[in-house]
Write a protein that binds this ligand. Structure first.
Ligand SMILES: Cc1cc2nc3c(=O)[nH]c(=O)nc-3n(C[C@H](O)[C@H](O)[C@H](O)COP(=O)(O)O)c2cc1C
Length: 455
């Protein structure tokens, strides 16, 4: 088995992971007095979080989102509302301009589903944000997994898995044509003497006609610093990986340390078959660090969190992810052979991490409740992140138990160790998010979006 080979100046990408709601991943902990989760309706906690992330030199604040309810646990959404499982949830995009005004270098990655907004409208929002932040924007392209999201948006339930990805391909094509191809770089002149803002001969209609969208154009926004913002993607099924290797620049992977090298090789192969290279992509894992000055301190903290962690809230979350009502299933039911139209990658990763035929729904429940917790002293957590980095992950989305406390603990305790080892940045590279991540401002020639550029 070949080990992954890496670029010589590779560094760990670190993103704070959050959501514009009361309860994101670790259900139940919003009740704690040391958490500001219930203040999500105010701007101030978001500004505080952005400042903390930038002071810690984190790459971005990454905002998840859903546009529907988790409503299949015990046959309804009642527990979702009671436990605030990703509902109520507000729009992540609208937080960004405010957070951008209190930061200079931190980037913002936000989630938007291809079911959610028309690509013409969405491309204009993307360009607007990219302008206002001077290129500090990434879009996490998702295809949705909650049937209620489809029903909210005129699809009569969730379109099937293949159709969602086919829609995503066309959606991206429209966005690429608008962001990359509609305006020439030299279209905007701003000639005050001649009274000419833009040269109309350098602005083109896109005339997209596809099975799902018809868009004449031109793009209404002038070219933004990155044109197409940095593209994140989080699907892990075979189709999801195929889509990611065509389009994504940062791929959010679900992998055990043992499974990472294989996932990296898989992406390497897929990217090469599309004339792209693994050096154009960052593989980002998820981790929920619980750290203390000593291991005991960290374990005490974890035990304290366990007191308030809501098992029922976790079951609601996972029922939504899998499409199975986990309030109504025997935990010894085998997981092998179980396929879901929803988040396939989560299940597959668990099945593949043990001998065939041994994983059960009980394992699925346990693995998700304790989740991605990484508990230990600052040094122990830094060591484990380094192991995962060496195994092939390029970075991590940091999931909180309490906010902003988890991020503060990480930045104060673990980050200095990673920085001292030369693994994490101690200062920002100037420029757009793409320049900070890859050293170039716009999508490289190998990316399919660039075929739409004007000559
Ligand atoms: C780690 C991870 C994070 C995700 N985050 C979101 C999210 O914030 N919002 C969303 O609608 N979907 C999210 N998804 C769902 C995926 O984007 C995708 O739509 C779904 O997983 C189905 O694709 P798959 O079967 O290829 O995994 C996430 C998936 C994974 C694996």
């Amino acid at each position: 088995m070949t080990e992954p080979r890496f670029a010589p100046n590779r560094r760990m990408i670190l993103n704070a992971f959050s959501m514009n709601c009361v309860s994101h991943i670790q259900q139940g902990l919003w009740v704690r007095a040391d958490s500001r989760q219930t203040e999500y309706l105010q701007l101030e906690p978001w500004l505080e979080l952005a400042r903390i992330a930038e002071a810690g030199c984190l790459d971005s604040l990454f905002l998840a989102d859903v546009v529907g309810l988790y409503d299949n646990y015990q046959g309804s959404a009642d527990t979702s509302f009671r436990q605030a499982v990703q509902v109520p949830v507000n729009d992540p995009m609208l937080l960004i301009p405010a957070m951008a005004t209190v930061t200079e270098q931190l980037s913002f990655a936000f989630t938007s589903s291809v079911l959610q907004a028309h690509p013409f409208t969405f491309a204009r929002q993307l360009s607007t944000l990219d302008h206002l932040t001077r290129g500090r924007i990434a879009w996490n392209v998702v295809t949705s997994y909650l049937p209620n999201a489809g029903s909210n948006l005129g699809f009569d339930g969730l379109p099937d898995h293949e159709e969602r990805y086919a829609r995503a391909e066309e959606y991206l094509e429209v966005v690429y044509k608008l962001c990359e191809g509609s305006w020439s770089d030299d279209a905007v002149i701003i000639d005050r003497v001649e009274h000419v803002y833009a040269d109309p001969s350098k602005v083109r209609q896109i005339n997209h006609r596809g099975p799902r969208y018809e868009v004449q154009g031109p793009h209404l926004s002038e070219p933004s610093p990155q044109r197409t913002p940095v593209l994140f993607q989080a699907g892990m099924s075979d189709r999801g990986r195929d889509f990611a290797s065509s389009n994504a620049e940062c791929i959010f992977v679900v992998a055990s340390t043992r499974g990472t090298a294989a996932i990296r090789r898989d992406f390497e192969k897929r990217l090469n078959s599309k004339n792209r290279s693994i050096s154009e992509v960052k593989l980002i894992g998820g981790v929920a660090p619980i750290v203390g000055g000593t291991e005991k301190e960290a374990i005490d903290k974890k035990n304290d969190y366990l007191e308030q962690l809501s098992v029922e809230g976790g079951l609601v979350h996972m029922s939504g992810n899998t499409g199975v009502d986990l309030g109504d299933i025997d935990p010894s039911t085998p997981l092998d052979g179980f396929d879901t139209e929803r988040v396939q990658g989560l299940i597959k990763n668990l099945i593949d991490s043990a001998p065939p035929g041994t994983r059960t729904f009980g394992d699925l429940i346990r693995s998700n409740l304790a989740g991605a917790w990484l508990v230990g002293s600052d040094e122990q957590v830094a060591n484990e992140l380094q192991n995962r980095f060496d195994a092939g992950l390029d970075g991590f989305n940091l999931t909180y138990s309490v906010t902003p406390g988890t991020f503060v603990d990480f930045i104060d305790g673990v980050l200095p160790i990673l920085q001292k080892r030369g693994l994490a940045q101690s200062e920002y590279t100037p420029g757009t998010f793409r320049e900070k991540l890859f050293g170039y401002p716009r999508l490289p020639r190998t990316h399919p979006a660039t075929v739409h550029r004007q000559p």
